[in-house]
Design a protein around this ligand. Structure first.
Ligand code: IMP
Length: 502
């Protein structure tokens, strides 16, 4: 008969952390959230790392180039989804790698023959009032001047007039040539008391605009995650079908980390794909595998597939219906606890540390903290990022509130056949994900600042300054249902009710 393991599948919500001694040095500014994303040995020490313990899910509704840029600027890494053509995915990776912090490609451009009304309409559409006037009105043609909202008065000037009488011509602009550093560009802006510095190439074609305000934005992201050439760090997802061609295209585009994206990674297909990729690209490439929920699955991916990090989680995702559809999965806390123990055992036995990632089902900042305390080196989230301004979808309004669409990779909408096809199967006969909406939560940077502040504060309560120490020193207790009620704000609701009744 089947083996029934003596264990109840548990979720993060069922645990609370107990405080440890907080010493005077345990203050948030001393906390480091740097975590490994690549396997390392005691001898080699930590190799490639994330500056914060966050990666974004390889999903159509989550990880596009804008989100990847925003997340890398905070110190984490997005995994660009593979449920699209190889060319499209490689192009997204390229866009992130080509992004130069502080160097903006002008999205508002007009030819000199355009009218003030054209300028006004364009500024409203893009939300940017600085318009580059170029010879043919395209982004990278010869720069002729700059028009800003200060150059005309919407309510007084004749809007049918051509902009050529209004914009500041080239000879009156302060310019810089391509190749200038952000620091030097900003100094030039300050020296000449300008807000915007156009960057041109040797032929006088417009390349970028540098804005004074962006420098401070750049400076306010000290954890920015970059490669050796200071380009933003980005990951790409692979499936077990076209991984050979896909990996080649992503590597050519400059990808920094690859990850096999599968709802069940404890398979020979995944081991075969990983072995091929290792052979092709060597040990320096960051390669993740998953998902698994048992120690046996972890060992298999580490020893047979030789992955760098292992992703944990089946059935916990907010849009996931795998457990209902197939009866497979495990409470995310139970999976993380078992695999973190196995990771530590493996480290003790072999001297090699394999980072683990808790993927899916994190509903709030507290659950992120509990996942990290239980031993996850970093977490992967879908919904959290889908809600932000930078996710690839458009906002919609419903009953006065803003929402963003969010759908599973196993839903009909994503039609990610490869991922759920499992080797020889033929197409999607049933769905494993739903198509939904999530509340809009604003810009990623602002949201993450709050989450990171909470993690740092909790680590200080426990008396730890690194996530490694947090794993080793955290003490957790199981909670009863009544403890959850006690921890809520039921008495405040009671008062509210009294006052509204009265
Ligand atoms: P969330 O952070 O709870 O929204 O979960 C995101 C995670 O759900 C992803 O990283 C995937 O592991 C998983 N996932 C994505 N799409 C599907 C699906 O359609 N069915 C089941 N799981 C999914």
């Amino acid at each position: 008969m089947a083996k029934i393991i003596d264990d109840i599948s548990r979720t993060f919500q069922e645990y609370l952390l107990l405080p440890g001694l907080t010493k005077k040095e345990h203050v948030p500014s001393n906390v480091s959230l740097r975590v490994p994303i690549q396997r390392f040995t005691k001898k080699s020490g930590q190799r490639i790392s994330l500056n914060i313990p966050f990666v974004s899910a390889a999903m159509q509704a989550v990880s596009g180039p804008d989100l990847a840029i925003a997340l890398a600027r905070k110190g984490g890494c997005a995994f660009i989804f593979c449920s699209q053509s190889i060319e499209e995915q490689a192009e997204m990776i390229r866009l992130v790698k080509e992004h130069k912090a502080g160097f903006v490609e002008s999205d508002s451009n007009l030819p000199p023959t355009a009218t003030l009304r054209d300028a006004l309409v364009l500024a409203k559409k893009t939300g940017h009032s600085t318009i580059a006037i170029t010879k043919d009105g395209t982004q990278n043609s010869k720069l002729l001047g700059i028009l800003t909202s200060k150059d005309y008065w919407e309510f007084k000037d004749d809007l049918s007039k051509p902009i050529k009488n209004y914009f500041t011509p080239l000879e009156k602009l302060v310019l810089a040539e391509e190749g200038i550093s952000l620091q030097d560009a900003t100094e030039k802006l300050w020296k000449h008391k300008k807000e915007c510095l156009p960057i041109i190439d040797k032929k006088g074609n417009l390349k970028y605009l540098v804005f004074r305000r962006d420098y401070f934005d750049h400076k306010s992201n000290p954890d920015e995650l970059t490669d050796e050439q200071k380009r933003l760090f980005v990951g790409g997802a692979l499936n077990t079908h076209d991984y050979k061609e896909r990996a080649r295209a992503l590597m050519d585009a400059g990808v920094d980390a690859l990850c096999l994206d599968s709802s069940d990674g404890f398979t020979e297909w995944q081991a075969e794909a990983c072995r091929h990729l290792r052979k092709e690209y060597g040990d320096s490439m960051v390669l993740g595998g998953g998902n698994v929920v048992t120690a046996a699955g972890f060992r298999y991916l580490v020893e047979t597939a030789k992955v760098d990090f292992v992703k944990i989680g089946i059935g916990g995702g907010s849009i996931c219906i795998t457990r209902e559809q197939k009866g497979i999965g495990r409470g995310q806390a139970s999976s993380v606890i078992e695999i973190a123990a196995e990771r530590d055992r493996y480290f003790k036995q072999t001297g090699t540390y394999i980072p683990i990632c808790s993927d899916g089902g994190l509903n709030n900042d507290t659950q992120v903290i509990i996942a990290l305390a239980m031993g996850a080196d970093f977490v992967m989230m879908g919904k959290y990022f889908a809600m932000t301004e930078e996710s690839p979808t458009s906002k919609i309004t419903y009953q006065g509130r803003l929402y963003k669409p969010y759908w599973g990779e196993g839903s009909n909408r994503a039609r990610n056949w490869q991922r759920y096809k499992e080797g020889g199967g033929s197409g999607l006969v049933f769905e494993e994900g739903v198509d939904a909406y999530v509340p809009y939560s604003g810009p990623l940077g602002e949201k993450m600042d709050v989450t990171l502040a909470k993690i740092r504060a909790t680590m200080c309560n426990i008396g730890t300054l690194t996530l490694r120490d947090f794993h080793d020193n955290a003490q957790l207790t199981r909670v009863s249902e009544m403890t959850i009620v006690e921890g809520g704000t039921s008495s405040v609701e009671q008062l509210d009710r009294i006052s509204s009744n009265g």
